[in-house]
Design a binder for this molecule. Structure first.
Ligand SMILES: NC(=O)C1=CN([C@@H]2O[C@H](COP(=O)(O)OP(=O)(O)OC[C@H]3O[C@@H](n4cnc5c(N)ncnc54)[C@H](OP(=O)(O)O)[C@@H]3O)[C@@H](O)[C@H]2O)C=CC1
Ligand SMILES: O=C(O)[C@@H]1CCC=N1
Length: 273
């Protein structure tokens, strides 16, 4: 992988996962700089991955070729103001924003310059190199896009989007969706405890189901997910009873509605921030 320097500004849950994926993928720790205003979180990412850390955002940006903006959307304007007011030359750097709900044009307005900008929508399984990153850019070179592809490929799979609005769709499909899966697993775990399994057993059983079912999806590309479900469901049996209940409760429509709510919130954030 080419050895540009990347600065992660605001290294919380998401950047921690990306950096973990990069280190697993062989990216040189010396070429990664992380910042955080929270000293404890900063020390942890430095200790866990052996990368450079500083609480000085401007110093980190000054040293970097690529700058990942990774604060919460509501904090982005403040962060950009400090960059803009710092006096450093940031106009030729490539910025990568992982923030939901802030479009390229608005980020450029916040930075008061038409900087090169890539929007990226990653997800937290990046930490296990099993992430998905949706990328969009309309003002970077092929070489810069190639570098972003290499970086995010180290954390899982990468898909380039031709329209910026598709970022909101991919938030619903891959950015937020690990949380839907976790909620489903939490529900099974909770009921397992109510049935009398202790906390340790419940966690182990649910975890194994999650890993086993995911592996079956990943390792059976010729079987549809619906076929994998059918293979568990004996006619007139126990699974059929459980699935019939979920279907009566409109699980499929509920999930679709949840994804629409996700997209609607991203669109609303575009007006707020
Ligand atoms: N979490 C996820 O699954 C995903 C998140 N994203 C996007 O990633 C971005 C970050 O999310 P996430 O990692 O979950 O958030 P976190 O709050 O975990 O991380 C952001 C970190 O940045 C710190 N911070 C805030 N402002 C500054 C600043 N000016 N200088 C230095 N550090 C600062 C925060 O400190 P403090 O703790 O004090 O607030 C916090 O520790 C968001 O924009 C989100 O939309 C995208 C895809 C998935
Ligand atoms: O919840 C959020 O807004 C962010 C974006 C996708 C996942 N987490």
């Amino acid at each position: 992988m080419s050895q540009n320097t990347i600065a992660f500004i605001g290294t919380g849950n998401m950047s921690y996962a990306i950096i973990g994926g990069l280190i697993n993928g062989g990216f040189a720790p010396n070429n990664i700089i992380a910042t955080n205003r929270n000293a404890e979180k900063l020390a942890k990412v430095g200790n866990d991955f052996g990368i450079q850390v500083t609480n000085d955002n401007i110093k980190a940006i000054d040293q970097a070729d690529y700058v990942v903006l990774s604060v919460k959307p509501q904090m982005m304007a403040d962060l950009c103001r400090t960059i803009k007011d710092s006096g450093i030359a940031y106009q030729d750097k490539v910025f990568i924003s992982v923030a939901a709900g802030i479009k390229v044009a608005r980020l450029q307005e916040m930075l008061d310059h038409p900087v090169k900008m890539i929007r990226c929508m990653p997800n937290t399984p990046s930490l296990q190199s099993k992430g998905v990153s949706g990328l969009f850019s309309n003002n970077t070179s092929e070489q810069e896009k190639q570098f972003a592809t290499e970086v995010f490929s180290a954390t899982g799979i990468v898909t380039w989007l031709s329209e910026e609005d598709q970022i909101n769709d991919i938030i619903a499909v891959t950015g937020s969706s690990p949380a839907y899966v976790f909620l489903f697993l939490e529900a099974i775990e909770q009921k397992a405890k109510e049935l009398g399994f202790n906390a340790e057993q419940a966690r182990e059983l649910v975890q194994q189901v999650a890993v086993g079912a995911s592996d079956m999806v990943a390792k059976s590309p010729d079987l549809s997910i619906s076929q994998l479900r059918a293979n568990v469901t004996s006619k007139g049996g126990t699974t059929a009873a459980a699935i019939a209940h979920l279907e009566q409760q409109n699980l499929t429509q509920t999930v679709a509605d949840a994804m629409d709510a996700c997209i609607a919130r991203a669109q609303q954030m575009e007006q707020e921030f």
